[in-house]
Design a protein around this ligand. Structure first.
Ligand SMILES: [Zn+2]
Ligand SMILES: [Zn+2]
Length: 180
């Protein structure tokens, strides 16, 4: 038996964690298991005051359970890669591990009043996006598709928390190809 693991790092919004687990189970048809992960302190970059998503992915590869079809980590820490100001998430394309950050998904981050439903919806979109990459999906031209590239919060809000027909068809073919 294989499992889709969701690894919430320390401090992660529990409501978001539960919503992500439910949505991934529904979308990918693997039983979902939770994995407790330590905070991403080891990936802290003092100069940028952010956390490197590349060292986080490397650590996830080390921690990925034997029976994991995928491991999606969720952190509250703001992630970056060297060439970008920040990233909402990062995944191994066609690999086993991915991470998403909730840091920039709350209305408060943009100086607006809190809105938990909006926050949770954004978290689901990012979870589907990075999970989709691990299943080999690349960026999609359909702006409403979860696999559309988002570099700002407006682009995330344009998406639906679902894959377009083309990406969904690709996913349906994928599991057998991989033999998982
Ligand atoms: Zn992407
Ligand atoms: Zn698509």
């Amino acid at each position: 038996m294989k499992y889709f693991y969701v690894g919430a790092m320390a401090e992660v919004d529990r409501e978001a964690e539960v919503a992500i687990c439910e949505r991934l189970a529904e979308e990918f048809h693997w039983p979902v298991r939770k994995l407790e992960l330590p905070a991403a302190d080891f990936a802290y970059d003092a100069a940028r005051r952010q956390y490197g998503s590349i060292p986080v992915l490397a650590a996830l590869v080390e921690r990925c359970p034997e029976d994991a079809v995928k491991l999606l980590a969720v952190t509250e820490r703001d992630l970056f890669i060297p060439v970008l100001t920040f990233v909402y998430g990062h995944a191994q394309l066609g690999g086993r591990v991915a991470v998403i950050s909730l840091a920039r998904l709350r209305q408060e981050f943009y100086g607006l009043p809190p809105n938990q439903p909006v926050f949770l919806e954004r978290a689901l979109k990012e979870a589907l996006h990075e999970a989709g990459h691990t299943f080999g999906l690349v960026h999609c031209a359909d702006k409403e598709c979860a696999m559309s590239l988002a570099t700002n919060i407006r682009q995330i809000d344009l998406k639906r928390a679902a894959f377009c027909a083309s990406c969904a068809a690709h996913l349906r073919r994928r599991p057998r190809e991989l033999g998982t």
